[in-house]
Structure formats: C-alpha cells, structure tokens
Design a protein around this ligand. Structure first.
Ligand SMILES: [Zn+2]
Length: 245
C-alpha cells in the first residue's frame, strides 16, 4: 500500500504525542501513522513483525532507504558505523510484497503438544518490567501459550529455545538481528536492531530541528508556526540565513 510522507506539522504532532510514551507505544503510534486505514484498537495484538515491517517502510518513505546505525562493540566498546538498507532488511525478514501485512489472528504453532502464538506488543509491554532476560523470556512464553497448563514454570524454561525458533520462523521480522564483527578486536556477535527506536530517534531529531527553525524565525519576524511551515524550503532557508542561523 502507498505510504504517505508526514508533513512538518504532522512530524511535530507525532513527536509531541510520542514524547512521554514508552518505546513500545511509540512504535504503535508510528504504525498508526503508517496504517491510517486500519483500526488502531487492534494494533497491540498484532504480531511484532507486522509492526516492524511497516515501520521499515515508513522509515524509507520519511528518510530514504539508507540507514547508518551507530553500534558499540560488545567486547572493546569501539563505536562502529553500520550501513543498512531498508529494502535489504525487509528482504531478510521474508517480506512478501503481495501478501496483506495486516494479520489479525496471530500465527499459531505447536511445540511438545502445547499450542503457542507469536508475541505482540501487549506481551512485550507485559514483560518489559522484568530485569532478568531469561525470566522475561519465560514470562513471554507463558503469555503466548494458548493451552495454559498448570505448574509449567520449569517446563517453559526447558522449551524456550525450541519455541523461540518456531516464533522466529513464523514471524521473522519480530526481532531483527544484525550479524556484526568488530574491525578493531575481531569480536563477532548478533546485535538487536530496533526499527521503532531508530525511527523515533530520527523523528525526535527532525522535530527539534523544526522547532529551532520556528523559534528563530518567530523571534526575528513575529511569524506564527503555520506561517513559517507555509514558506517554501528555499525562502525559509534564505530567511534563516539572514537571521544568522
Ligand atoms: Zn571490538
């Protein structure tokens, strides 16, 4: 589906609505922008990969396909610049352009005679307070188990890797991993790539730059925000030049 580019006033509106929210909610806010045709009440129950794929496409629409991610080496802390491409990331997660991106009923699968579904934003939010990564993973598994057996704590811990592999198969964009290798120390590892966080950070930078432009021109000429946004980019740049920004 065709995705609309948010205008400057819309970027500011997204930014002010997302500012105080948790990153999980920010991703859903951006998804709502990307899919105005869909009922937002269902978004927290969508598979995470559905959200991520739409956000990759929104990123491409807003800021282009090329991403430079700054990631610190897990071993020696050297900062690396990793060049990514939204098209490649979509292809790596088995993006099927022809299929509908809106899966209302989350994909289900079976492991050891128990039925599971793939996780959604609601699950992520429910375990986000858990500090222990393993405990969070088991809690997520419990939430995604549709059979809800009694007293399965240990059982869940034992089947963690098998269930996680099945989840990844069914919803490969739920977690985007980058295979990285440090040029300084040679350390290799898998890094999490969170498109929701990246896109939010970029919108934050863009919104603050817009506010600074409005501030300078409003101060110098007394113009209102809508008046400043109505100027062509060339005129605005010329006026900003004259006020010494
Ligand atoms: Zn290193």
């Amino acid at each position: 589906m065709h995705m609309q580019v948010p205008g400057e006033a819309e970027i500011l509106s997204l930014w002010e609505r997302g500012l105080a929210r948790h990153p999980i909610d920010r991703a859903l806010l951006l998804y709502a922008w990307a899919r105005p045709d869909l009922p937002s009440s269902s978004f927290p129950d969508l598979p995470l990969g559905t959200i991520n794929r739409a956000l990759l496409r929104l990123r491409e629409t807003c800021f282009g396909p090329r991403i430079i991610a700054c990631i610190d080496c897990k071993h020696c802390s050297t900062r690396m610049e990793v060049a990514l491409d939204t098209g490649q990331l979509l292809a790596a997660t088995n993006e099927d352009e022809t299929s509908s991106d809106f899966k209302v009923s989350p994909a289900e699968f079976e492991v050891s005679n128990l039925r599971f579904r793939v996780p959604c934003s609601r699950d992520l939010a429910a375990v986000s307070g858990e500090r222990d990564i393993n405990a969070a993973a088991v809690k997520l598994l419990e939430r995604c188990c549709l059979d809800r057996p009694e007293k399965m704590d240990e059982g869940f811990a034992n089947m963690l890797s098998e269930v996680e592999a099945a989840m990844e198969d069914l919803d490969p964009a739920a977690e985007i991993n980058l295979s990285l290798s440090c040029e300084d120390c040679g350390h290799s590892w898998l890094a999490d790539f969170n498109i929701g966080t990246l896109l939010w950070d970029e919108i934050d930078v863009r919104a603050r730059a817009l506010l600074a432009e409005v501030h300078s021109l409003a101060q110098a000429y007394g113009w209102t925000e809508p008046e400043i946004f109505a100027l062509s980019p060339q005129r605005r740049a010329a006026y900003l030049d004259m006020v010494g920004v």
